[in-house]
Write a protein that binds this ligand. Structure first.
Ligand code: ZN
Ligand code: ZN
Length: 221
């Protein structure tokens, strides 16, 4: 009872001691709080730094990715153009191939017609002719195998003495070397007047002089 009165008055040494202790404790609490605050602020700052660093990394990566994407887009465009050009080239090649096929077919048809004509001529000759040459073989060749076209000879001059002077083999002599048999038909004049080596070397028909643009080797068998 007496001590409480003394404390209220604030004059006793015990009361002062208690006040000092309380004050110190409050200071300790405040210091701890301040330290906690500082740590919190540090943590927030660190977090913020990390976030901004992350943002920087993300934006850098995004920029690189965009750049790479653009390069890829350009490459795709380049490949697309190249692809288009290749397709165009393929189309052209296909058309060219078709054209050459047509040309080959037409040549084959021409060769078949010529072969038929020749066969007919040889058949007719086998029926009407058969005699060996009478020293005028070369003249006969000039007429039938050189200066005139084969079908003309076969159809219109069959049976004339000149035709009968053809050799029985039905194959004339080459007008180039005058040695081998004339087995190659020159185009476009259709003169059957050269052997294979002379036909390969000839620029023009030795019978009529027209420029050679093709040749057909005739199979007599
Ligand atoms: Zn020859
Ligand atoms: Zn000719």
């Amino acid at each position: 009872m007496a001590a409480a009165d003394l404390a209220k008055k604030g004059g006793s040494p015990d009361g002062v001691q208690e006040m000092i202790t309380k004050k110190r404790r409050r200071n300790d609490v405040l210091a701890a709080h301040a330290q906690q605050q500082t740590m919190d602020v540090d943590r927030i700052l660190l977090k913020h730094q990390r976030q901004s660093h992350t943002r920087l990394i993300v934006s850098t990566v995004e920029a690189r990715a965009a750049k790479r994407l653009k390069a890829k887009d350009e490459e795709i465009e380049r490949i697309r153009i190249m692809n288009w050009a290749l397709e165009e080239r393929l189309r052209n090649l296909f058309m060219e191939d078709q054209m050459w096929r047509d040309v080959a077919q037409s040549h084959e048809a021409t060769a078949n017609v010529l072969r038929g004509d020749l066969q007919r001529a040889l058949d007719v000759q086998a029926v009407h002719g058969g005699g060996s040459g009478h020293g005028q073989e070369d003249d006969a060749e000039s007429c039938c195998w050189g200066e005139n076209q084969v079908p003309l000879c076969a159809e219109e001059e069959v049976g004339t003495p000149v035709v009968e002077e053809r050799p029985a083999t039905g194959v004339g002599r080459c007008k180039g070397c005058r040695e081998d048999a004339a087995v190659v038909l020159l185009l476009p004049c259709r003169h059957l007047c050269v052997c294979a080596p002379c036909a390969a070397a000839a620029q023009a028909c030795p019978a009529c002089g027209s420029a050679k643009n093709g040749s057909v080797c005739i199979n007599f068998s």
